[in-house]
Design a protein around this ligand. Structure first.
Ligand SMILES: N[C@@H](CCC(=O)N[C@@H](CS)C(=O)NCC(=O)O)C(=O)O
Length: 201
């Protein structure tokens, strides 16, 4: 979703092939054999199959909301923490069975995730609203979809225990017009079918 967010913000014309992960089309695997989404095939045939790289590629061409204006090292550190330790904790909290974690273990991972989120909340305070300043930048957009998953794992816990400022930040992102536009599922793509354009928002 973060890749779609950056593509939609950039306004670049992009055609979408909606796929189902348990039944990946051969065309997708031919472009990117590792079989994860997103996969972006550029007009010159080059393939980008990491969401963060898709974001950088799109915003490097057009960044109307200045998502790349934040300090690049700080941004990279925040995203590395998200994609590393936070994602590790999230997966084990969200899917304890898949990760062979028992309930007590899952709570340990929830607690590790919450520690990271408390540190992010301090940033929201210091930076006056978003992670790297008063307006959203790359770090906010790259990170909030994961915090959304964390929050949705146990909504009652989230509402009762997540810092208010973090809840406000998350709600601001998840209720945005752009996020709700990119979350809409397109019809599943089949070979020979036309591909809808991703709406620029
Ligand atoms: N680091 C990758 C992670 C991509 C990833 O793991 N995507 C998941 C879906 S969110 C996936 O495609 N999983 C493959 C599967 O479930 O078969 C990125 O952000 O691009």
């Amino acid at each position: 979703m973060r890749a779609r967010m950056a593509l939609a913000a950039s306004g670049l014309p992009v055609r979408v092939r909606e796929i189902i992960l348990r039944d990946k089309p051969g065309e997708m695997l031919a472009a990117s054999p590792k079989g994860t989404v997103p996969v972006l095939v550029r007009t010159d045939g080059k393939v980008i199959d990491e969401s963060l790289e898709v974001m950088h590629w799109a915003l490097a061409q057009h960044d109307p909301e200045h998502w790349l204006f934040a300090d690049p090292d700080e941004t990279a550190q925040l995203i590395a923490q998200n994609d590393g330790p936070f994602k590790h904790a999230l997966d084990r909290y969200k899917y304890p069975d898949r990760c062979s974690t028992d309930r007590a273990g899952a709570y340990g991972h929830r607690s590790a995730g919450m520690d990271i989120l408390h540190a992010l909340t301090e940033r929201l305070k210091d930076q006056n609203g978003q992670l790297c300043g008063p307006a959203p930048t790359l770090a906010d957009i790259a990170i909030f979809p994961f915090v959304r998953q964390f929050a949705a794992t146990d909504e009652a816990f989230w509402t009762a225990h997540a810092p208010t400022r973090l809840q406000i930040w998350l709600t601001g992102h998840t209720t945005s017009r752009r996020f709700n536009a990119v979350m809409v599922k397109f019809p599943r793509w089949k070979p020979g079918q036309s591909e809808p354009m991703l709406t620029a928002t």
